[in-house]
Ligand binder design. Structure first.
Ligand SMILES: Nc1ncnc2c1ncn2[C@@H]1O[C@H](COP(=O)(O)OP(=O)(O)OP(=O)(O)O)[C@@H](O)[C@H]1O
Ligand SMILES: [Mg+2]
Length: 286
């Protein structure tokens, strides 16, 4: 478990959306009728000692969607992410990505197939520069092969320059270009979250799992992160987002899944979830 001091639920559940937010949500939703699941998990269970952290849970993430995963503290959301991305093995159950079972693959193999995740507490390499963090995240570099250094130095330099350009473009798109040479450790909490997202973008994924991208982040940066997510989604990326900040969930997500005590409590549109009594009780009862 992590320090939850920054993750207390912001559960202003009756908060109305502004007209512009409603319009942008409607625009995003119209683009993806009945999309097939890119990620589908069924009957997933995981216990730690006596604690059933995830209990017979299911989730589906349609291709092209922004799907939300919510639930009170300790509901099993991060454990479900860990199971979906193979950071831990399930006691039972199945995970399909793009129609193929992936629960026996290693996290890096899943990343190569196009599913990447960020962590509840951003994991950046503090003693490396922002640019070095980005370059390390890039996959399939020619330089990864030892012999290429000797046999194809020109190709290697070209590849490096290409990656640097790509990294700079991604950093620019998240407003971190001016920090490229700074140590990642010198960034604010919100900027680290942006860097973590920027790093996973270097792998050009199909699906990004974000674990509380808004936690501990100032409101201006939260808005920026949301705008980026909507833009990347329009460009074709699918998202599964854990978040306690309900404004973020309500304004971004097509569909929301609710976990409580490791089990599925509800799933539906943000409006349906907002009006679901069992969901309200689960939050009020914590
Ligand atoms: N590695 C672990 N060892 C033992 N128990 C664990 C471990 N990871 C999670 N748990 C327990 O599993 C349950 C679910 O935890 P998890 O972190 O998945 O919840 P969460 O929904 O992400 O909570 P939060 O909103 O606070 O981040 C909790 O009771 C937690 O203490
Ligand atoms: Mg968590």
């Amino acid at each position: 478990m992590v320090d939850n001091s920054s993750t207390s639920p912001n559960w202003d559940i009756n908060l109305p959306l502004s007209q512009s937010e409603e319009a942008s949500v409607a625009a995003v939703r119209q683009q993806k009728p009945n999309a097939a699941p890119l990620l589908a998990a069924s009957k997933l269970s995981k216990s730690f000692g006596g604690v059933r952290a995830v209990d017979n849970a299911e989730i589906q993430v349609p291709q092209g969607s922004i799907t939300g995963l919510i639930g009170p503290n300790g509901a099993g959301k991060t454990t479900l992410f860990n199971l979906l991305s193979s950071f831990i093995q399930p006691d039972s159950g199945q995970v399909l990505f793009d129609g193929e079972p992936i629960q026996n693959l290693q996290p890096h193999q899943i990343a190569q197939q196009g599913m990447v995740r960020t962590f509840q507490v951003a994991r950046v390499l503090s003693r490396m520069s922002v640019m070095e963090n980005m370059l390390l995240a890039a996959q399939k570099q020619t330089g990864e092969n030892f012999w290429n250094v000797w046999l194809q130095p020109r190709k290697l330099r070209q590849e490096e320059r290409k990656l640097q350009r790509q990294a700079m473009e991604v950093l620019d798109s998240v407003g971190l270009a001016s920090k490229a040479e700074d140590y990642a450790g010198a960034l604010s909490g919100g900027q680290r979250k942006l860097l973590e997202i920027a790093r996973v973008l270097m792998t050009q994924p199909k699906l990004i799992l974000l674990d509380e991208p808004a936690a501990g982040v100032n409101p201006t940066l939260i808005n920026q992160i949301c705008e980026h997510v909507v833009r990347w989604n329009r460009e074709g990326m699918t998202f599964l987002i854990i978040e306690h900040n309900m404004d973020v969930i309500m304004s971004l997500c097509d569909r929301v899944w609710v976990l409580a005590e490791g089990r599925n409590l509800a799933d539906g549109t943000p409006t349906e979830i907002q009006q679901n009594n069992a969901v309200l009780e689960a939050y009020l009862g914590q």
